[in-house]
Design a protein. Structure first.
Length: 430
């Protein structure tokens, strides 16, 4: 009381001062109790104001407060006014204590809690969205960073590495549509192995190559839309798996689209918890980068092939011009053969060139002259066509190429002799 009146601010400051003293003394907070039976009617409005301020104060400080009132001293209106200002009240009736909750306040607290929880959830969702965006950007940077030094297949594997990490997948595939209507794989990767092997018609294990456009991959291309299924075997478009293909427990595929046309497929599979729209959105977000680097690498490869073909054409032209110039004025057959053999050997980067004549029976070849670079012996002599395994081919007018003379020549001595000459390939023409 101050000057005969009630001062709510003074009392509030007093409790805060006591709390600070308690905290400085090592206590965890302040528990306070006060009896308000002394209140006079003239102080009631000030008291209600104090009670509301103290309620806010207690909520912001480490305080627990208990206020006691005389029920017999106040009418029902004032009792309601008191109880409405607190979280709950205890009233003794007929010797028993009853708890009366402030439902309006409780509802407000529940609403506030819901808003807080919603804010926390929205913040977590935003943080998750930012992490997803950063992961996609990091993946795109990795893909673009590998385009300069990687070959097409290596680039495809790097793309798969990125999308498999992004979607927590165990299997990945990227392929492009060919002019033949087949889906040609660029790369296929399984987390457990460096490459995925499947069996061909003979049972021989091989990396997957070209696919007929049907099944789950075909559905992606034909619809031009991405989709996922966490039960691939039951999907209407499923046609089962080829021999040796890893089992599928889940599948997600998106089309690679350029200029409004589907040019390929980017797919992942076997995410442990299955796929959702979130993984599909991530895969669709990174697909344009995959298209860009693969098309760029394809253009670079085609340009390199064109340049190589041009170089080969110029080299062949130079060879023919030099050959024509060297033998144009010559009349001696042996001299012409010697010059032509030498120029051909150097042009083909071969260790030796043999010129032989087939006898009228077609059974024997006579090597009258040859050229070597000095690293192999001469093969001048007479040989059976059948020992070389080219008799039938000669008689049919076919060209013979042999990459392994030991395995392909029938006569072992001939094979050893040819192999010792380090000839990478041999050709015979009528």
């Amino acid at each position: 009381m101050k000057e005969g009146g009630f001062s709510s601010q003074r009392i509030s400051n007093s409790w805060i001062e006591k709390l600070n003293h308690a905290l400085e003394s090592g206590f965890g907070g302040l528990r306070l109790s006060e009896n308000f039976s002394w209140l006079e009617k003239k102080d009631w409005n000030d008291f209600i104001d104090y009670m509301r301020k103290m309620d806010d104060t207690i909520g912001n400080y480490r305080m627990v407060a208990l206020g006691s009132y005389s029920v017999d001293k106040y009418n029902a209106a004032r009792i309601i006014e008191v109880t409405s200002g607190h979280q709950f009240s205890l009233i003794k009736r007929e010797g028993k204590w009853e708890r009366i909750d402030n439902f309006g306040r409780k509802k407000a607290e529940e609403t506030a809690a819901i808003h807080v929880a919603r804010d926390i959830n929205e913040r977590k969702q935003e943080e998750h969205r930012i992490r997803r965006c950063n992961s996609i950007l990091d993946g795109i940077n990795r893909i673009f960073g590998s385009v300069v030094k990687a070959k097409t297949e290596e680039l495809g594997n790097e793309c798969l590495s990125v999308v498999m990490e992004l979607t927590d997948s165990q299997l990945g595939f990227v392929g492009e549509m060919g002019a033949d209507g087949l889906l040609h794989d660029i790369a296929i990767r399984e987390m457990k192995r460096d490459q995925c092997l499947m069996s061909d018609e003979t049972g021989y294990l091989r990396p997957p190559g070209n696919f007929v456009l049907h099944g789950l991959y075909g559905h992606v291309v034909n619809s031009g839309k991405g989709f996922f299924t966490n039960d691939p075997q039951s999907h209407p478009c499923s046609i089962g798996l080829p021999p040796g293909h890893p089992s599928l427990i889940s599948f997600l595929g998106v089309p690679l689209i350029q200029d409004g046309k589907t040019i390929g497929v980017l797919a992942v599979a076997n995410r442990e918890d299955g796929y959702s729209c979130e993984q599909q959105e991530d895969l669709e977000a990174i697909a344009p980068a995959v298209i860009q680097v693969l098309q760029r690498k394809k253009a670079e490869t085609e340009q390199a092939r064109a340049e190589e073909a041009l170089r080969e054409k110029e080299s062949r032209k130079d060879f023919l011009l030099e050959l024509g110039g060297r033998i144009r004025e010559l009349a001696d057959a042996e001299r012409i053969t010697a010059i032509a053999s030498e120029l051909l050997g150097r042009y083909m980067n071969a260790s030796g060139v043999v010129y032989c004549e087939i006898d009228p029976t077609g059974k024997y070849s006579n090597v009258w002259a040859d050229w070597t670079d000095g690293t192999v012996p001469s093969t001048v002599g007479r040989y059976s066509m059948d020992d070389f395994g080219i008799g039938d081919l000669y008689r049919q007018g076919h060209i013979r190429r042999t990459d392994d003379v030991k395995a392909n020549f029938k006569d072992s001595e001939v094979a050893e002799h040819c192999a010792s000459r380090s000839v990478p390939q041999s050709e015979s023409r009528d």
